[in-house]
Design a protein around this ligand. Structure first.
Ligand SMILES: [Zn+2]
Length: 116
């Protein structure tokens, strides 16, 4: 699958999805805790899990990574995506990953998968 660099528009969309996810969790807490403290708490944790899984799944399907050492472009699993540290530096966004080709742990560049 071909990849392309991530545009500012893409980052805005990612930020929007994150904001919607947070909003769902916060409003969910208000409504659920109003119903019942114990059942509300259980349902709220379930809601957090659903929101997180949905966001991570979407992010995993949308983005790929490029190794800065050897240029290898690769995709990662949802679990790896969830546990790997991610940040933004002066060269753009990065994610701390192990490259499948050169086996180095480093900050990989984020790419967008081009939909066929
Ligand atoms: Zn590499």
């Amino acid at each position: 699958m071909p990849y392309e660099d991530v545009t500012t528009h893409e980052w805005e969309r990612t930020a929007l999805y994150l904001a919607v996810g947070m909003l769902l969790i916060v409003t969910g807490a208000i409504f659920l805790f109003a119903i019942s403290r114990i059942i509300g708490a259980i349902l709220w944790f379930a809601l957090i899990a659903v929101v997180l899984v949905a966001l991570v799944s979407w992010h995993t399907k949308t983005y790929a990574y490029r190794c800065k050492q050897c240029g290898e472009e690769f995709e990662i699993s949802r679990v790896t995506n969830f546990v790997s540290p991610q940040g933004v530096g002066k060269d753009g966004a990065w994610k701390y990953l192990r490259c499948p080709r050169c086996d180095k742990h480093e900050r990989a560049e984020v790419l967008k998968k081009v939909k066929p």
